[in-house]
Design a protein around this ligand. Structure first.
Ligand SMILES: [Zn+2]
Length: 316
């Protein structure tokens, strides 16, 4: 009896130690929270109507992102007018064109070495009366990208950073593929891709996950160091074999979002996301349903990761 009790007490103690930050996410005020939430609300509003590639909602999202980039002071690549990279992609609609939004901020020390922060802004649009607002997927990643850009414009980083909000991800990562195919800088100068996709929900276990280039010790160290200080439960590795629908289809996290296009090009990546949940790809993935505390903490974790990566003098 005593032994059992002792064991129980010990395991309770260990649980509270290991998972102290898994219960209640907290934030440190590292990012501008008001702007972060406002941007998320705007991107997932009725005006954006689910941001489907080629739709009016997508045009509205694009205009909004261009204005935000401009206000933050993100620089435009000379070969891109007003941050826009257009690309063709196979689609049944009349407009077979996608629009990436891309710009950059110059680093203070390693100006010719780039970290690319990506987040797709497209989603599923509307089907009949149902609007798929895509607050978590992926207004959350895009608003975080904007918040990080805002912070870098204030503080600066050692490396240069490219901000890439991609289009046509939901149809097959077309935006990221188009960016890789027609890079504004030399591929050798891209040191890392940090991809943000779905940061609002930690699921039943209240966790944020990182997946990164296999056997990359530098990235493993970055994730570990940030996991130690993050305001939420930040875990190395997405849940294996997570089912995402009633047909029990499973997700391959290494191929599930923009980072896959970078990986294919031989560029190291670090993918951050909370994973699928019951509102995933439903009209209920809306602003009202997001977990704001988790989200703010997840956005801060993304910012901590970028800073940790930037602190390495030689990335990979
Ligand atoms: Zn997504």
């Amino acid at each position: 009896m005593f032994e059992i009790r002792k064991f129980l007490l010990l395991s309770l103690f260990l649980c509270s130690q290991v998972y102290a930050n898994c219960e209640q996410p907290k934030s440190y005020g590292l990012l501008n929270e008001t702007t972060l939430i406002d941007d998320l609300a705007t991107l997932s509003s009725a005006k954006m109507s689910g941001r489907k590639t080629g739709s009016i909602g997508s045009v509205n999202a694009r205009n909004f992102l261009q204005a935000r980039f401009k206000k933050i002071g993100v620089a435009n690549f000379p070969q891109r007018a007003e941050y826009i990279q257009t690309f063709p992609f196979p689609n049944n609609s009349a407009n077979n064109q996608g629009f990436n939004i891309v710009g950059w901020l110059k680093g203070n020390t390693f100006a010719d070495q780039f970290i690319v922060v990506t987040a797709h802004y497209d989603h599923l649009g509307a089907k009949g009366r149902h609007v798929y607002y895509g607050a978590d997927d992926n207004a959350s990643g895009v608003a975080t990208l904007l918040a990080i850009a805002g912070k870098i414009s204030e503080l600066g980083l050692a490396h240069s950073v490219i901000f890439l909000a991609t289009d046509a991800e939901e149809q097959g990562l077309y935006g990221a593929k188009a960016f890789i195919k027609n890079l504004p800088i030399s591929k050798n100068n891209i040191k890392l891709n940090i991809n943000l996709d779905m940061l609002c929900e930690g699921g039943r276990k209240n966790r944020l996950y990182a997946t990164f280039t296999r056997a990359d010790q530098q990235l493993a160290n970055i994730v570990k160091n940030v996991a130690d200080i993050a305001g939420l439960c930040f875990i190395n590795g997405h849940r294996k074999n997570q089912r995402f629908d009633r047909f029990e289809r499973k997700i391959n996290w290494r191929k599930s979002s923009e980072h896959a296009a970078f990986a294919k090009a031989g560029i190291p990546y670090l993918f951050v996301g909370g994973g699928v949940h019951k509102r995933y790809h439903t009209p209920k993935d809306n602003f009202e349903n997001i977990d704001k505390e988790f989200y703010v903490s997840a956005a801060e974790t993304a910012w901590l990761l970028l800073q940790a990566a930037d602190a390495y003098q030689v990335l990979n």
